[in-house]
Structures are given as structure tokens and as C-alpha cells.
Ligand binder design. Structure first.
Ligand code: RRO
Length: 312
């Protein structure tokens, strides 16, 4: 029997496929749809201290090869999502979930995480260090000093399982520097990657989205090679206790297989889920299982991280 089950920290999942934060996760209704699908889990839209409307529309567009977005962190406030994952956690046979969070400043991030620490929620939290779309707010994880300061402070009071959502890095030196930062902390996971920040897509003579004169985060086919490189670079560099979640350019079982081969323990689907809806989890699970079956793999641990290189 072929299984796509996986584990992140001490949490078990029947399937390694789930949504990526930002897609199908704004409301309880959307999250419930993912929960009822073949996905192994869901992650919530990144929640801030107060609810936000986000940037003006149009702020998301599908393109031939993926998507561009500048949503601007619209969300219902972190407590809306905290209440929902806590409610589910207390139900028998519930799946395990991920609560995505970030503050608009380091102080706000600490306010939020202290409330989660004090709450009844004992599940996984993903701290989003990579939102590319809030005007005037740079992506935190491109600033290694600020990232180190925030995580140092966080782990002085936060004791529950925590991971971080990372932007893509594009230089080997940056992989080395980022891994050296994350290896200093008892992180449960890193999630590679968020959208490639501040791309530009044009239709005829006009940008596709309104905010920031059309600049936005790129997802989909465009970003799979970058995502795979980030998953593998961190797989090679991080302490084995820090697991990797692979996100970026997954629209087939083959894409999910490649993320796992690069070292991912869980695989998230963003743009393709937006385009195809929650039935995508059944299709991609079946495709992944067919590949595993053909290769004689019974579980994802049989091939996870076992990418082959071309010898000299
Ligand atoms: O809301 C957004 O604009 C957004 C966020 Br928080 C993120 O982390 N990644 C992204 O592509 N868009």
C-alpha cells in the first residue's frame, strides 16, 4: 500500500499535501472546505493583530504560467483563526492544522505570539517572515539582523511548536547566511517559499493589478525551480530537527514528488489550488501515489531528500 502520510514535529498528517497560506483560507467556510478535502491539513491566511481590508482591487490575477498578487495582508484578525483552529483541535479525530501569523511590527508580532502562548491552542504556528506586499514594509527575512532579533525575543517566551515562512533566496551566500540564522533557534520547520516578491506582469500596455503600480508576488510555474532550489539548499544546511515544507509551482504529482525529493516533508499548493479548487488534492495525491508505486516507494521517507547529483 502506497502512503503519502507525513509528520511535522510531533504532528501526524494522513497526506503531505495541503493549501499554501493565502489560498482558500480567509474564512472558516473556505478552511472547512480544505478540511473536508483530501488535503492532509490547512494553514490559515496570515493573521495580524487587527483585521485588515488589504490593498485595493484588482489585487490578484491568474496568468498563463502562474499568478501575481498584491493582496496586502487582508485577514480577519489573528484571533478569528486562533479560535477556529482551537475549536477544531478540541474535536475528536480532527486533522492537525497550521496557524499563520505576523505583526505589522516586531512589537505587534510579540503581542500576537504571547497571546497564542497563553491560549489553549497547542498546534503548529507558521510565522510569516516574507509578505512582499505591504507598502513600506520590507520582507523581514531578507534582513538577517532583524530576523535574528525577532526570533531571539520570540524564543524567550514562546514554547509551542513554531516554524517560519521564508521568501526565496537567490544566492548561495544568502542560503548559508539564512541557514546559520535559523540553525540558532528551536524551529520545528521552515516553509520554502513565499511568492517571488515584486514581479510585474503586463497585458497589452497595462499592468494586471492595481496596488503598487502593478508590482506583486509571483507564484505558479514561474517559481518551481526557485522553490526546489530553496527547499534543497535548506535541506542541505539546516539541523535535521528543522523540517522543510515545500511550496512553489506545484500543480501535479510530479511537482510534489520533486519537492519531496529535494527534502520537503510536506508540500503546499497555492496558485494551482486557486485555479482548480479543493478537488486538486485528490488529483495530485493520485498522481503522486502513481509515481511512488511505479518506482516501488511505499512512503515518502523512502525518497525524501534523496535527490541524485551528476558525479564528476
Ligand atoms: O497578503 C498578501 O499580499 C501576501 C502575503 Br501576506 C504573503 O505572504 N505572500 C503573498 O504573496 N501575498
Amino acid at each position: 500500500m502506497v502512503s503519502t502520510a507525513t509528520k511535522i514535529g510531533n504532528f501526524d498528517f494522513d497526506n503531505c499535501l495541503m493549501n499554501a497560506a493565502g489560498v482558500y483560507c480567509m474564512t472558516r467556510e473556505e478552511l472547512a472546505e480544505i478540511d473536508a478535502s483530501l488535503a492532509g491539513s490547512f494553514v490559515t491566511k496570515t493573521g495580524t493583530l487587527e483585521a485588515r481590508d488589504g490593498n485595493p482591487e484588482p489585487r490578484y490575477a491568474d496568468t498563463l504560467l502562474g499568478s501575481i498578487n498584491s493582496m496586502g495582508l487582508p485577514n480577519k484578525g489573528f484571533d478569528y483563526y486562533l479560535d477556529y483552529v482551537t475549536e477544531l483541535q478540541n474535536q475528536p479525530n480532527s486533522k492537525n492544522h497550521f496557524l499563520s501569523l505576523v505583526g505589522l511590527s516586531p512589537a505587534e508580532t510579540h503581542t500576537i505570539l504571547k497571546q497564542v502562548e497563553a491560549s489553549d491552542y497547542t498546534g503548529l504556528v507558521e510565522l510569516n517572515l516574507s509578505c512582499p506586499n505591504v507598502p513600506g514594509k520590507p520582507q523581514i527575512a531578507y534582513d538577517f539582523e532583524t530576523t535574528t532579533e525577532i526570533l531571539t525575543e520570540v524564543f524567550s517566551y514562546y514554547t509551542k511548536p513554531l516554524g517560519v515562512k521564508l521568501p526565496p533566496y537567490f544566492d548561495i551566500v544568502h542560503f548559508d547566511q539564512a541557514a546559520a540564522v535559523f540553525n540558532q533557534f528551536p524551529l520545528t520547520f521552515v516553509n520554502c517559499v513565499n511568492s517571488i516578491g515584486n514581479g510585474l506582469v503586463i497585458d497589452d500596455e497595462t499592468v494586471l493589478i492595481r496596488p503598487k503600480n502593478g508590482f506583486g508576488g509571483i507564484g505558479g510555474d514561474y517559481i518551481k525551480p526557485t522553490a526546489l532550489a530553496n527547499v534543497h539548499a535548506f535541506y542541505q544546511r539546516l539541523n535535521p530537527s528543522i523540517q522543510i515544507i515545500g511550496t512553489g509551482g506545484v500543480k501535479s504529482g510530479r511537482d510534489a514528488f520533486e519537492h519531496i525529493l529535494c527534502g520537503a516533508s510536506m508540500v503546499q499548493i497555492g496558485t494551482a489550488l486557486h485555479q482548480e479548487g479543493p478537488a486538486i488534492f485528490e488529483r495530485i495525491t493520485n498522481e503522486l501515489k502513481a509515481i511512488m508505486s511505479e518506482k516501488g516507494y511505499e512512503k515518502i521517507e523512502d525518497f525524501r531528500g534523496k535527490l541524485n547529483y551528476i558525479e564528476a
